[in-house]
Design a protein around this ligand. Structure first.
Ligand SMILES: Cc1cc2nc3c(=O)[nH]c(=O)nc-3n(C[C@H](O)[C@H](O)[C@H](O)COP(=O)(O)OP(=O)(O)OC[C@H]3O[C@@H](n4cnc5c(N)ncnc54)[C@H](O)[C@@H]3O)c2cc1C
Length: 309
């Protein structure tokens, strides 16, 4: 019998189109993306805040192909900040910013992305919120590091995202550490060439722990972004061995993933932030999650079917 891995099937464009078009897929997607627009996502945000979670709002905008698109994405993020302020929910909130939506791939893209991110970051700082710049595919990483450095000159609390999968992240952790800096450490969701990245789960985990130690011993605020219960427990241990107390660091989860782990960490008194995605590129985000963890995706389909029965 020929074995055809599910992950290979999920990379096929026709399969993607057919599966995402199914009405059931739209219901499954709602478990991971609570709104296609900001007004649709607000209710989920309010519920999370009432349950004692912090949030990071991730506007899933298309990749900017001209400066007007980058400005539009920044304007929409700023409008969300205004809206949060009006609702009295701005203090402690965070926005996750995608460099590709802020123009990093354009000619002169680093300047465009840095100036748009700075504009949003200043507005966020005015109302007690923060921004965190996401990490994307490997050709953009060096540019993203420079963008973060530029933004932090004006907005020192701007957060940076590091992918443990990438070999360079360990030195980036040391380089980007400073008193007010916030550093989000995740495994990394993008395929990268072998000479730039670790490919085995075990090596990625070891890199995650090395980065974790650097960040916990550093001067900034580590943001531990994983759903893996072993890494979460380890982060707590490294934190206390580094002299940190609860509140000196936080745990971060994606909306709809490992919700029991998130509640457990919250009940233990930790700051737990949920990344809430919304926006026009929801289908891309949804498919990416299914692709990276096919087993998790199948489980979501099974749960959604069971709820319908
Ligand atoms: C807040 C946040 C921001 C992110 N930003 C970025 C970014 O900017 N760039 C980027 O490339 N990636 C980003 N990611 C995604 C990240 O890189 C990973 O792809 C994603 O989080 C999956 O890796 P994980 O460490 O969470 O492990 P997972 O694969 O989710 O889980 C790890 C292991 O734990 C198990 N597990 C998970 N949940 C449970 C549970 N509840 N009980 C028991 N076992 C469980 C799984 O089966 C698996 O074996 C982000 C993730 C988060 C949480």
């Amino acid at each position: 019998m020929i074995r055809f891995p599910l992950s290979t099937l999920l990379r096929n464009e026709r399969v993607r189109e057919n599966v995402t078009g199914l009405p059931l897929s739209h219901r499954v997607a709602e478990r991971l993306v609570p709104g296609r627009t900001w007004p649709e996502a607000i209710e989920a945000v309010r519920t999370l805040v009432n349950e004692g979670f912090q949030v990071s709002l991730d506007y899933l905008a298309p990749r900017a192909t001209d400066e007007a698109m980058a400005i539009d994405a920044a304007d929409r993020n700023s409008a969300v900040l205004d809206n949060l302020a009006t609702m009295g929910m701005a203090r402690g909130a965070d926005l996750t910013l995608l460099p590709s939506s802020l123009g990093i791939n354009l000619p002169d893209g680093e300047n465009v992305a840095a100036s748009q991110a700075t504009r949003i970051g200043q507005r966020a700082a005015d109302i007690g919120a923060t921004i965190t710049i996401a990490s994307e595919d490997h050709p953009t990483i060096a540019g993203i590091v420079r963008v973060v450095e530029a933004v932090r000159k004006v907005v020192p609390t701007a957060g940076h995202t590091l992918q443990a999968r990438l070999i360079r992240s360990e030195s980036d952790c040391a380089k980007l550490d400073s008193g007010a800096a916030r550093a989000r450490l995740c495994r990394g969701a993008y395929d990268s060439p072998a000479h730039l990245s670790y490919s085995h789960e075990h090596d990625i985990n070891l890199s995650f722990v090395r980065c974790l130690k650097l960040l916990m011993r550093g001067a900034g605020t580590p943001l531990v972004a994983t759903h893996d219960p072993t890494l979460i427990a380890l982060a707590g241990e490294v934190a206390s061995r580094s002299g940190r107390v609860v509140g000196d660091y936080e745990f971060q989860f994606l909306y709809g993933v490992a919700t029991d782990e998130a509640k457990k960490a919250r009940d233990e008194g930790h700051t737990v932030r949920i990344l809430v995605p919304y926006g026009p590129q929801w289908e891309h985000y949804f498919w990416h999650r299914l692709q990276s963890r096919p087993g998790f995706g199948l489980g979501l389909y099974a749960k959604t079917l069971a709820n319908r029965a």
